[in-house]
Design a protein around this ligand. Sequence first.
Ligand code: FAD
Length: 406
Amino acid sequence: MKHVVILGAGYAGLKVVHELQKRVKGDVKLTLVDRNNYHYEATDLHEVAAGTKKPSDISYPIADVVKPSVTTFIQDEVTALDLANQTVKLADHKDLTYDYLVCALGFVSESFGIPGVDEHALPMATLKEAEAIHQHLLAMMDKYQEVQDPSYLNIVIGGAGFTGIELVGALNDARKTLADRAGVQPSDIKINVIEASTHLLPMFSEKLATYGINLVKSFGVNLVTGARITKVDDGQVEFQQGDPEDAVTSTMEAKTIIWTTGVSGSPIIDEAGFSARRGRVIPSEHLTDNDHDNVYLIGDVAAVMPPDGNRPYPTTAQIALGMGKYVANDLASRLTNGQHLTTPFTYKSLGTVASVGNTHAFGEAMGHEVRGYMASATKKMIANESLFRVGGFREVMKKGRFDLYH
Ligand SMILES: Cc1cc2nc3c(=O)[nH]c(=O)nc-3n(C[C@H](O)[C@H](O)[C@H](O)COP(=O)(O)OP(=O)(O)OC[C@H]3O[C@@H](n4cnc5c(N)ncnc54)[C@H](O)[C@@H]3O)c2cc1C
């Protein structure tokens, strides 16, 4: 009996389970481990943070995907990997030994060692963290009613990358609800974004990036670029602009500071002794570790190099799903005939679309630039597609976004 252990029930890990369950026969056992008993769509975390979606709108039970006759699901925290002894350590269960291991533990918020970030800024890398941001925002609105201090209405987002821009859009949608709760006008809720770079949204053409930035600015958002955050305190962000030698230091007061400057792969990966950088491993062409061919690294813990490039593909749900499917096929091949697939993992992006609130979006899909309602509808269709690819028809019917044009 061969034992395949899959760590993480995000896009990558759950896709492996979904596909492999259909392929394996009686002599293979699958074990899936996740700290939660639900799968969440990380691509929609900003909406939960803003309160425009409920946690239940973007999550569903892992049990909906797991076939108990083939797969055992363990809800627990993975605490360490012992690669030499082919063992996974869990917080509350016995150690698991494996013949094949799939590491799909996803991403964590990256503080880049900036003082005060871990203590005073709110990360948005898990469903619980996103929900905590929403609860914090509500508490700040209530506090404003009590003390009438405008810093309770101020929100600072650290980082204007893809995630930061999507969060701005969702917060703009939530402005009226938040304002009503605080007893103020929507324009009194101040959304500020502080970004180190001056070249925003580099994944898009200059024209599209300019469109996105102008869209965000049209919401009355204060976008401060070329500003390096140097420290975060309770209710205050310090940043510097200009040449490092004679930089000007400024501060901004805000009772809500949300951190979206970047993510790294799970810390478990660095701690396990893989040859990794910020929790990400450059895997083999079959997505295995170069030193441990029975260990797969997929999703946000993998940095996959394009055949002709010197920078890895961006980590996205789209590539995570592709990796999950490839690994299920590769494992099925190895479990049947002991051989890897003859073809390596390849990836072709369908495009990237950033949503800016419920009805605006911009990006590039299948070679075409899309904007406005059209882009927003495309983004919702892509979300339905990924829901289908992991959760199947059942989850699309339960959770699919069919309100494409409202
Ligand atoms: C706001 C936002 C918007 C995004 N928008 C897009 C988009 O439009 N398109 C796109 O393609 N990508 C987008 N992304 C990126 C995408 O969400 C990630 O690339 C994707 O989630 C990675 O999938 P994964 O399976 O590797 O990890 P995850 O989805 O993070 O899943 C990891 C799983 O591992 C579990 N886990 C982690 N650590 C442990 C542990 N120690 N023990 C037990 N379980 C553990 C977690 O509970 C989770 O279920 C977005 C991300 C964010 C934050």
